[in-house]
Write a protein that binds this ligand. Structure first.
Ligand code: SDX
Length: 428
């Protein structure tokens, strides 16, 4: 294999080094191209462009492979728990029992948020979407911890910001839900584990505790693990880009939450359920909606289908589909929405339009069905995605800082008007 690429531009040859990753992925390093040739490259949506090198998550879209720090996602989903996976992503190794107890214990000591945050929360109308509240309140952490704005924080100070974010996002997320239903908020109970504490804050009432169901806690752990990182996706790239300007971790994650909200990205899990509900309300005719998804004149897309990287199957979707069956059975729930989803998947996977375009169910196609079964309301689904993706955002932001990457600033090709003189008003 050649260690360089050669391009000929206007009769001149340019040699560009080839970079090979630990999983044999190959890239042409074009960092010298503009200085040497005056040319840049163009790649709308960065479909073929690598933004960085990273040691956190590996995806193989053709083989349907996903691993965190080398550990296959199916093994982590079956054998690990979310806090252990968070430590793995952020610090690069599976923790010893002492390290895990220390990490988990520190998180438990920081789950409370400043009571002044409730004044910000109270300012939101009950109709506010929880993702908008979450992004705003995470950004407001910079007000309560102004030292986090220092780009030259020590390792200990960065670790404290990480602990605070891991600890407080679930509290803020649960409070945003309670705000949306007009219920009083629940305070964290630190004797509970991470997932149980979140369920307590979401569903307990002043008059009665939430009865913890191990099936629900296990399903939530699994879902959060499956969402924890996914290399340079839209929201993670946002976190890295904002962080590259020396913006704080809180500001960078707040921006990532806003990117995730988009229905083409993390907002798809909410859009999938809304789509399945629409199909159910319309009489359950999957084939009619498959036809709509194929119609170029119809803006309707099969939400939860397709992926920029996975072109055979999304390994997370396979695990979540199996978990959906198990959770609904264990909870004795017969949800027609699941049946519609399975029929829709079957119809699409046998339709040439989807097969030719390599469109398969992605992580969002079945996740909403489990969230529904756990009692989580639809407009909280993307908040759940953010809860899961948080350690990935943190790990990627930390890696970008540790790699001392430059501020992100892409180039462009200008296609606007060439130089012209100002026209006075009377001559327009
Ligand atoms: C996530 O990047 C990540 O890693 C993201 C994520 C993560 O963990 O962070 O995995 C999470 O965001 C999952 C994706 C959730 N989004 C959806 O489910 C929304 C529906 N899917 C799409 O909009 C789409 O598939 C994307 C956005 C996911 C991917 O879009 P691409 O890679 O830019 O592909 P494209 O839009 O150029 O589509 C290629 C073709 C087009 O048809 P042609 O122009 O070639 O004729 O496929 C068609 C598209 O019209 N197509 C679909 C479709 N998705 C793509 N047609 C119908 N229904 C769909 N869902």
């Amino acid at each position: 294999m050649s260690d360089h690429a050669e391009i000929i531009l206007e009769g001149k040859s340019y040699k560009l080094p080839v970079v090979v990753g630990s999983e044999d992925e190959k890239a042409i390093d074009i960092s010298s191209l503009r200085a040497e040739s005056g040319y840049i490259t163009l790649d709308s949506g960065y479909k073929n462009t690598g933004a960085t090198t990273s040691a956190i998550t590996f995806l193989d879209g053709e083989q349907g492979i996903l691993s965190y720090r080398g550990y296959p996602i199916d093994q982590l989903a079956e054998k690990s728990n979310f806090i252990e996976v968070a430590y793995l992503l952020i610090y690069g190794t599976l923790p010893t029992q002492q390290e895990l107890d220390d990490f988990s214990g520190k998180i438990k000591m920081h789950t409370l948020v400043n009571e002044d945050m409730r004044k910000i929360l109270d300012g939101f109308p009950s109709t506010a979407h929880p993702m908008g509240i979450l992004s705003a309140l995470i950004s407001s952490l910079t007000a309560f911890y102004p030292e986090s704005l220092n780009p030259n924080q020590s390792k200990e100070e960065v670790d404290l910001s990480i602990i605070r974010l891991m600890a407080k996002l679930p509290t803020i997320a649960a409070w945003s839900y309670k705000n949306s239903v007009g219920h009083p908020v629940n305070y964290p109970k630190n004797k509970l584990d991470y997932c149980s504490n979140f369920l307590h804050m979401m569903f307990a009432f002043p008059t009665e505790d939430y009865e913890m169901n191990p099936v629900v806690v296990d399903a939530l752990n699994k879902l959060l693990i499956l969402h924890a990182d996914h290399e340079q996706n839209c929201s993670t790239s946002t976190v890295r880009l904002v962080g590259s300007a020396n913006a704080s971790l809180y500001s960078s994650v707040s921006a990532g939450i806003s990117a995730l909200w988009g229905p083409l990205h993390g907002g798809a899990n909410q859009a999938v359920i809304e789509m399945l509900e629409a199909i159910k309300a319309d009489g359950g005719d999957s084939k009619k909606f498959i036809a709509k998804a194929k119609d170029k004149d119809d803006p309707f897309r099969l939400m939860g289908f397709g992926h920029r990287v996975y072109k055979n199957f999304d390994p997370r979707a396979k695990i979540i589909k199996k978990a959906a069956d198990e959770v609904l059975t264990a909870l004795g729930i017969n949800d027609q929405i699941l049946t519609i989803a399975q029929e829709l998947e079957e119809a699409a996977l046998n339709d040439s339009y989807f097969v030719e375009r390599k469109l398969y169910p992605n992580v969002d196609f079945y996740s909403g069905i489990i969230y529904r079964a756990l009692g989580i309301p639809t407009d909280m689904f993307t908040v759940m995605f953010a809860l899961g993706r948080l350690p990935g955002w943190i790990a990627q932001w930390k890696e970008m800082r540790e790699q001392k990457e430059p501020i992100g600033r892409p180039r462009q090709i200008y296609t606007g008007a060439t130089e012209r003189n100002y026209v006075p008003m009377e001559q327009r």
